[in-house]
Design a protein around this ligand. Sequence first.
Ligand SMILES: Nc1ncnc2c1ncn2[C@@H]1O[C@H](COP(=O)(O)OP(=O)(O)O)[C@@H](O)[C@H]1O
Ligand SMILES: O=c1ccn([C@@H]2O[C@H](COP(=O)(O)O)[C@@H](O)[C@H]2O)c(=O)[nH]1
Length: 275
Amino acid sequence: MDMDHAHTLSLPNGDVVKKPFLIGVAGGTASGKSTVCKKIMTELGQTDMDHTQRQVVTISQDSFYRELTAAEKAKAFQGLYNFDHPDAFDEQLMYDTLEAILKGVKVEIPGYDYKTNSLDYENKLTIYPADVVLFEGILVFYFPKIRDLFHMKLFVDTDSDTRLARRVPRDINERGRDLDAVLTQYMTFVKPAFEEFCSPTKKFADVIIPRGADNTVAIDLIVHHIGEILRPGSSAINSGANASSNTANAHNTTNVNSTTTSSSNHTPSAMIREH
Ligand SMILES: Nc1ncnc2c1ncn2[C@@H]1O[C@H](COP(=O)(O)OP(=O)(O)O)[C@@H](O)[C@H]1O
Ligand SMILES: O=c1ccn([C@@H]2O[C@H](COP(=O)(O)O)[C@@H](O)[C@H]2O)c(=O)[nH]1
């Protein structure tokens, strides 16, 4: 297979397929990862479009949870299963799937049913070769081999009180949980695992988005950058944030403020790392 152009791959049989630009979107639970992805897709004009025609698609890391045994499911119903530990995910399947996507192969990904804690093969998502693939989840930067596949890495940085305040009603209203189980799971697993496994991966991000989807300045900047990358003839895919140069220096950041004044007291709209 020949990687002869920034946006396409030439197959040995002469076919040319799209070479997607892969973006990782990490962040704590209920930080707004899905909402940020939706906003990016909307701003790139991808809503109200047949999914086979989409240039931008979003995949959730939750589609790569390992299947639970009956005993594990019984624990999960009481909030006593650790879904926030890296071992809860099928790392190899995640890697193989992203590799296939990067090769322009059409893949099928199951949905995830939070009410039954299981993969949902009735609601599969077919990923057709796309220009941009967003892969979102709490631990998408945790696994080094997977981290190295991303051309761009975003971290949605929402404070833990706000995340908990969002998670409780979401899990009760949308994920079929009761208050006791939500709080038990949060205090026993979610919070400690965030500190141990998710939060330390923030240093790998190219762009940190404080306040998530509320941060329209950061989202506009990201959308503009993606637009530049996708522009025909652009060489941007091979520069800047790049899958082959994932040695982001945690100290090498530029703060982009939402206001024109640059007082150090302002929370930055986005922190863009320079490579
Ligand atoms: N900026 C925001 N303001 C208010 N509610 C939000 C905001 N962003 C997300 N939410 C809500 O918080 C919950 C979690 O958001 P979601 O995007 O699903 O987070 P994640 O994908 O990180 O788990 C959802 O119910 C969503 O509607
Ligand atoms: O069956 C499950 C699977 C996952 N979870 C929790 O979901 C979050 C990750 O999803 P977000 O949308 O990023 O919040 C993770 O913290 C798991 O604890 C679950 O409760 N049950």
